[in-house]
Design a protein around this ligand. Structure first.
Ligand SMILES: C[S@@+](CC[C@H](N)C(=O)[O-])C[C@H]1O[C@@H](n2cnc3c(N)ncnc32)[C@H](O)[C@@H]1O
Length: 205
């Protein structure tokens, strides 16, 4: 029930942010390039963007011929579709909940979770779904804000999270706790800026 309410809230607030989103998130181009470089999707592979937003990642995926993108907010996806058209990409964009994917098992070679696991209300449900839809050997690119694996959130982060969660995103999740509910292997993890606040990781099924 709480998860459904939060998903509806996410749809509402990200529909509201859609016209401004590119201006706010364009500063992460270097991290997107790095993360998608590690993922290294091949042109023939099937790639899924979860919580794809306005499609800022598409600029780095133009060689990929089979890209699907899902998001809970229709206004974000409308911008994604316009971007895909400008880039000459045929992207299958669908409004869908990242906690309950409507794709068959083992249908993707690669999944992109950029600024997604800290926003989706139940990141454990999302990562379980990612594991389900990935083919054996499939890879996942993660870029987000995380605490270090055994780090306890300092007071400023706990206080800041009261506002951050309402406005945009949870800043106190741990990638290790999320991945631990699956058999996905974390094969790479690096500091991606802001003094270790941002991380880039690569997972493999
Ligand atoms: C911070 S934005 C990230 C967008 C994009 N991945 C990027 O890197 O710019 C978070 C996105 O998560 C989406 N979102 C929130 N809850 C979701 C859910 N339950 N299922 C799918 N998308 C969701 C929002 O609509 C928003 O587009």
């Amino acid at each position: 029930m709480r998860r459904e309410w939060t998903s509806r809230f996410n749809r509402w607030r990200y529909d509201l942010y859609a016209p401004l989103y590119d201006k706010l998130a364009q500063g992460f181009a270097a991290q997107r390039r790095r993360s998608l470089g590690l993922l290294n999707p091949q042109p023939h592979e099937r790639v899924l963007l979860i919580a794809a937003g306005t499609g800022l990642d598409l600029d780095f995926l133009v060689r990929c011929r089979h890209v699907s993108a899902i998001d809970i907010a229709p206004a974000m996806l409308r911008q994604l579709s316009e971007r895909a058209e400008r880039l000459g990409m045929a992207v299958r964009a669908e409004v869908m909940d990242g906690q309950k994917l409507e794709f068959p098992d083992e249908s993707f070679d690669a999944v992109v979770l950029h600024l997604a696991l800290a926003v989706i209300p139940d990141p454990l449900a999302c990562i379980r779904e990612v594991e389900r839809v990935l083919k054996p050997g499939g890879r996942v690119a993660v870029f987000d804000k995380f605490l270090a694996d055994r780090q306890r959130a300092p007071l400023w982060r706990r206080a800041g999270n009261l506002l951050a969660r309402v406005v945009a995103t949870d800043i106190n999740r741990r990638l290790g706790d999320i991945v631990a509910v699956t058999k996905l292997q974390r094969i790479h993890d690096e500091d991606a800026g802001l003094g270790g606040f941002l991380h880039i990781a690569l997972l493999r099924k």
